[in-house]
Design a protein around this ligand. Structure first.
Ligand SMILES: Cc1ncc(COP(=O)(O)O)c(C=O)c1O
Length: 306
């Protein structure tokens, strides 16, 4: 698929939006591979560039057994003729689950580690030990979040919808790199992040990418209003995700669906004002649907839904 033909903006239709005279635009990032779509390619762009320029032989990164980021890193590495290693949380992770199967199909070498070892991934001894064991691999943090990722995301124009400037830029927040990138690119437009993880240190993590030497647009982080714990969702949330299928909009209930649900609640309660024009980053992550179906948490995904 040519990048120029890629859907960049889609205006969502919904009675709540009509009733509250609110425009909601989904913002898609260009990608020719669904496994590296949404925020993923933007987050990896400069890390890939560095790996290629400095002639690393591969990328080494970290993630859970159903991590979107692991899949994206495996796919991006394969596309750029780099090797890849995924350090996976949990010795009991199932190598046959759809996420880890996709990673392996891209040639990623998976190493299952204990949760205790995984927790130690930031320690210098662990980093050194990984460097000794796998020399020539560029380390990419869990979730891909780092300065380079923030820079990549900042390049996505979230502000100029086909109907004119957005009044609010919105994204789901996990490790914080994506919202930091949106804030960098927002100029004076306000930014709202919907946290889908319970992490009290998240505001500080985001602030570390926003030097105090510059004035930033207004930004706010709220906790997802429904099923606020990471990975948790119920049938109501899943039905909400599916309710956009007739507009050919696919959402998963862990990040994008959960964040969009919160946006609708904020619109209904009047916190988001009538007349707003919202720009919502569709951050991808659709591979996760296969993992949810594999675990019996949603109905099996048909090929036409992928
Ligand atoms: C689909 C999806 N949306 C949103 C996010 C949140 O991005 P971040 O970790 O940069 O906050 C992630 C995690 O990378 C994700 O996989």
């Amino acid at each position: 698929m040519k990048l120029t033909s890629y859907l960049q903006w889609q205006k969502l239709q919904h009675p709540v939006l009509t009733d509250h005279q609110t425009e909601l635009w989904l913002r898609y990032a260009p990608s020719d591979n669904p496994d590296i779509s949404g925020n993923k390619l933007l987050k990896l762009k400069y890390q890939l560039e560095l790996a290629l320029q400095q002639k690393y032989q591969g990328l080494l990164t970290f993630g859970g057994a159903f991590s979107n980021h692991l899949v994206a890193t495996a796919a991006a590495a394969a596309k750029n003729n780099l090797k890849s290693i995924g350090i996976v949380r949990g010795e009991d992770a199932d190598l046959n689950n759809p996420t880890l199967a996709i990673c392996q199909s891209y040639g990623m070498q998976l190493i299952l580690v204990s949760r205790a070892y995984y927790q130690s991934r930031h320690l210098s001894e662990t980093i050194q030990q990984l460097n000794n064991q796998f020399p020539g691999y560029l380390h990419i943090p869990e979730g891909g979040t780092c300065e380079a990722a923030v820079r990549g995301v900042s390049e996505l124009d979230m502000r100029n919808t086909p109907n004119g400037p957005a009044s609010l830029l919105i994204c789901a927040v996990g490790s914080g790199g994506t919202i930091a990138g949106l804030i960098h690119g927002a100029e004076s437009t306000a930014v709202l992040g919907i946290a889908v993880v319970k992490d009290l240190s998240l505001p500080e993590k985001i602030k570390q990418f926003l030097p105090t030497s510059r004035l930033w647009p207004e930004w706010q982080l709220i906790q997802a209003v429904h099923q606020p714990r990471y990975g948790r969702f119920d049938q109501e949330l899943w039905q909400f995700c599916q309710s956009f299928a007739d507009q050919k909009v696919q959402l998963e209930p862990i990040y994008t669906g959960k964040a969009l649900y919160s946006v609708f609640e904020l619109i209904k309660s009047g916190v988001i004002l009538k007349g707003s024009r919202l720009s919502f980053f569709h951050t991808g992550g659709l591979q996760a649907l296969k993992g949810l179906a594999y675990r019996g948490l949603i109905n099996p995904i048909t090929d036409s839904e992928q």
